[in-house]
Design a protein around this ligand. Structure first.
Ligand code: GLA
Ligand code: GLA
Length: 652
């Protein structure tokens, strides 16, 4: 449990390094991440290395007592490398090459780039793998940033055809799996398969899903290649990758299999602009962020990291990349830091030590003012947390929660390939279920489809388009109450409609069928009443109960919530009231206590400690009904309280 910072020695005079390191240590920074973009500095020409500066930087940082996380530099291949391997340049869906001049200018399909990556990771880890200051590695940087997973070049096409040949063995089997009888799309050779872009109208969704899987597998394979080299050359050091927020273009669970712990880059205010919030919500949360954005990802990446995660990059002030970039309200940098720790983060590492005075990110805040040795507002708040952490000592270990949400990357791809309703965003649906659970004071774990659900009292499946055999088995074996949302089980593995109709393999558990689906444009809604109540928006499944009990109905009499045994099916996209009503009902059945929190307050338990976070502008007092468990406490605006159950406040 400690603090870290991202540092770029190559951006500052060498004479500053020692002072920087000392000032980091002075307020309790233990970890420093370096090197992830420095390739052109240590290999200015192929095979001609200049390690001197990095040797000295590593030594200065280690001597100051900092533990070093070294990034592999593969997210920024230098110019000479790209010029020598033009086939590595990615191409966007419109057929335009994405050239040199920023970063991530490579496609995962390039064999030449794999070779160059292998070579540089080998050389780098042989040189520094056993450096006494080195504690861990970060592979690459933010796989997928700037839309860089899918690529549509000739290199990609050749690799995709090869992947299909391995997967399907014969063109006949490919035709069968994709349904190529439709629109005369059959092929007789694998080299006739084209990229699923730039056609007259929609290309085959089964082809697109395979194209996405192909790219996602390449990311995991590329990462595994780097990890194997790092493990061989750098014994005793852990490996992570820094994932992003609200990003679903590859299967993060699969990359999680390669690494020892997950990390992610938390820019809570930037993400307010990225998420499909209403304008009203965007304004409400513009200066603090929405209180579930960072926690959603803490909980997701704790799952991806097998229980272990870091925040590798914590927003320290305004960023440069959102359409608007306000200064966070005073207190928020401290709040976000404590919030990450409350959710189980081992380390919160700020991006970046000092604001740059040059190049693309010169408008991005750091812990120090641009080019100076002088703390910014965010830097002063990080200092405060450093002092608080030192005073508090250790925190109890985070425990498994009572509530699990199943999170699935393929469901995101499937619904983006054929939304069927323009505003059916998978990740938004999951986020809303998460938000509703946390508004009721619940702690949440994210789990992978097919992982054991044993021990969870309540399992939430906001949607899971394709239910694999493993997922079906895990649901059947769940010992808690399970809630499935709309479109669950509506697709086969090959992007078809299940022979027994949705929810396909879940029919024996939920005892109903979906006969038709109806997407609802903004402004349309349907009232839902019964054991739960509220409104359906955006989406409605027309359901035929086949043994399930109907708990709530739409205004036209159709089943809205049905149950068989412990398995519940919600046949719509619920509005806030319906979600709250359903989750309250679910918690009642699961025997979980809830607390109705204001929209700006969240709680999180870490062992016996309760943390309370106030994103609002008014003091929040723990209600009398909860004082017995939470202790009497008040939490100031943009403030944090740490409460001991049935005791008093530890601090606020
Ligand atoms: C047109 C085409 C059909 C089909 C429908 C879909 O009418 O002729 O083949 O694509 O649109 O509504
Ligand atoms: C990402 C990247 C960093 C930097 C920040 C800016 O998280 O990993 O290199 O660009 O964004 O917010």
């Amino acid at each position: 449990m400690s603090l870290g910072v991202c540092y770029y020695p190559e951006h500052w005079p060498e004479a500053w390094w020692e002072q920087d390191a000392r000032r980091m240590r002075e307020f309790g920074i233990d970890y420093v991440r370096i090197g992830e973009f420095a390739w052109s500095r240590y290999e200015p020409e192929r095979g001609k290395f200049d390690w001197g500066w990095l040797d000295r930087a590593m030594d200065v940082l280690a001597k100051a007592g900092l533990k070093i996380v070294l990034g592999t530099p593969t997210c920024t291949p230098p110019k000479w490398l790209v010029d020598a391997n033009p086939e590595m340049i990615p191409v966007d869906e419109q057929g335009r090459p994405r050239g040199f001049g920023s970063r991530r200018h490579y496609t995962f399909s390039s064999k030449a780039y794999w070779e160059e990556s292998r070579r540089i990771v080998e050389v780098l880890s042989q040189r520094y793998g056993n450096h006494p200051g080195l504690v861990g590695w970060q592979t690459d940087n933010e796989y997928g940033c700037h839309d860089s997973i899918l690529s549509w070049s000739a290199t990609d096409l050749a690799a995709f055809q090869e992947w299909l040949r391995r997967k399907y063995q014969s063109p006949e089997q490919l035709n069968e799996a994709w349904g190529n009888a439709f629109w005369s799309m059959e092929v007789t050779r694998f080299d006739q398969v084209s990229l699923p872009n730039l056609a007259v109208t929609e290309t085959n969704p089964a082809a697109r899903l395979d194209f996405w899987r192909f790219h996602s597998e390449q990311v995991a394979g590329y990462d595994a290649m780097q990890c194997a080299i790092l493990r061989a050359n750098s014994p005793g050091r852990w490996i992570t990758h820094n994932f992003m927020g609200f990003f679903n273009d590859f299967d993060h669970w699969a990359v999680g299999d390669n690494i020892d712990l997950a990390s992610w880059d938390s820019y809570p205010i930037g993400f307010v602009e990225r998420f499909p919030f209403t304008e009203e919500e965007k304004n409400r949360w513009a200066l603090t962020s929405h209180p579930d954005i960072a926690p959603f990802h803490h909980d997701l990446y704790r799952g991806v990291g097998h229980g272990r995660f870091w925040v590798m990059e914590q927003q320290p002030g305004p960023v440069n990349w959102a359409p608007w970039n306000p200064v966070p309200k005073p207190g928020m940098v401290r709040l976000w830091t404590w919030e990450a720790l409350a959710h189980g983060a081992e380390v919160v590492s700020y991006f970046r030590w000092r604001q740059a005075t040059f190049a693309q990110e010169q408008m991005h805040a750091g812990l120090n003012l641009p080019g100076l040795h002088e703390f910014s507002q965010g830097g002063r708040e990080a200092q405060t947390v450093g002092a608080e952490l030192a005073a508090l000592g250790s925190l109890p270990e985070p425990e498994k929660t009572a509530v699990a949400i199943v999170y699935d990357y393929e469901s995101s791809w499937i619904t983006r390939i054929q939304p069927q309703g323009a505003d059916f965003h998978y990740y938004e649906l999951v986020f809303r279920w998460y938000e509703a659970a946390r508004r009721l004071g619940l702690d949440v774990d994210f789990v992978r489809p097919g992982a054991s659900l044993a021990g969870y009292r309540l399992v939430l499946v906001p949607s899971l388009l394709h239910v694999s055999d493993a997922a079906e088995k895990a649901f059947a074996a769940a010992d808690g109450i399970v809630f499935y949302g709309p479109r669950t089980g509506s697709k086969t593995r090959n992007y078809g409609i299940p022979a027994n109709l949705p929810p396909g393999p879940l029919q024996p558990l939920v005892k109903l069928r979906v006969l038709e689906v109806s997407s609802l444009r903004p402004g349309l809604s349907l009232r839902v009443a019964g054991s739960v109540s509220g409104e359906a928006r955006r989406w409605r499944d027309l359901v035929e109960a086949q043994g399930a009990d109907v708990l709530a109905r739409f205004e036209d009499g159709g089943p809205a919530l049905a149950v068989a045994g412990r398995h519940h099916y919600l046949a719509c996209w619920p509005d806030e009231a319906l979600l709250r009503s359903m989750l309250t009902f679910a918690c009642g059945k699961a025997g979980l206590a809830t607390i109705d929190l204001p929209d700006c307050i969240r709680l999180r338990r870490r062992g016996a400690l309760h943390f309370a976070f106030n994103y609002g502008d008014e003091v929040w007092s723990v209600p009398d009904a909860q004082a017995a468990t939470l202790g009497a406490a008040t939490v100031p605006p943009q403030g944090v309280a740490i409460l001991q159950p049935s005791g008093h406040m530890t601090r606020s």
